[in-house]
Design a protein around this ligand. Structure first.
Ligand SMILES: [Zn+2]
Length: 125
C-alpha cells in the first residue's frame, strides 16, 4: 500500500499515536496530483485518530482515511489546487494566512455526507 515514490508512511500517520489508516484510492489520487505537480508535496497532516482530531479541534474528515493537508503557499498553492480539482478531490479547504509554514490547504475525496456540506466545495479555515 505505501510502496510509492512520493509519500512516506510517517507523513500520512497520526501525529499523536502513529496510527495509520489510509485509503488506497485516495493515495492513488494523491500520487496523480503529485505527478502533475512535479515537485515535492509535503503532507503536513494525513490520517488523524478521533482523539487527536478532538484535541486539536479539527474536522473529523481526517479520521476517514481520505484527507490530507499539504504544505504549500502562494502561486504553488494556486497550481496545486487547480490540479487537485481536476483530479477530483471534492473538498478543498484553503488555509493561506499567516506564516508560510502554517499554510496548508486541505484536500479530501469523500462522497457527499447527508447533513454535511455539499460536495464538491471550497471552504476556508
Ligand atoms: Zn492519534
Amino acid at each position: 500500500m505505501f510502496a510509492n515514490d512520493y509519500f512516506t508512511k510517517e507523513e500520512l500517520s497520526c501525529r499523536c499515536c502513529g496510527k495509520i489508516h489510509f485509503s488506497d484510492g485516495t493515495l492513488h489520487r494523491l500520487i496523480g496530483v503529485r505527478e502533475r505537480f512535479n515537485e515535492p508535496m509535503v503532507i503536513s497532516s494525513g490520517y488523524r485518530c478521533p482523539a487527536h482530531c478532538a484535541k486539536i479541534g479539527s474536522t473529523m474528515t481526517h479520521t476517514t482515511e481520505q484527507a490530507v493537508d499539504v504544505s504549500v503557499a502562494g502561486g504553488r498553492a494556486y497550481e496545486l489546487l487547480g490540479i487537485a480539482i481536476e483530479e477530483v478531490f471534492t473538498d478543498i479547504g484553503v488555509k493561506q494566512k499567516g506564516a508560510q509554514k502554517g499554510r496548508f490547504p486541505h484536500l479530501d475525496d469523500l462522497e457527499p455526507i447527508p447533513g454535511e456540506r455539499i460536495r464538491p466545495t471550497v471552504w476556508s479555515y
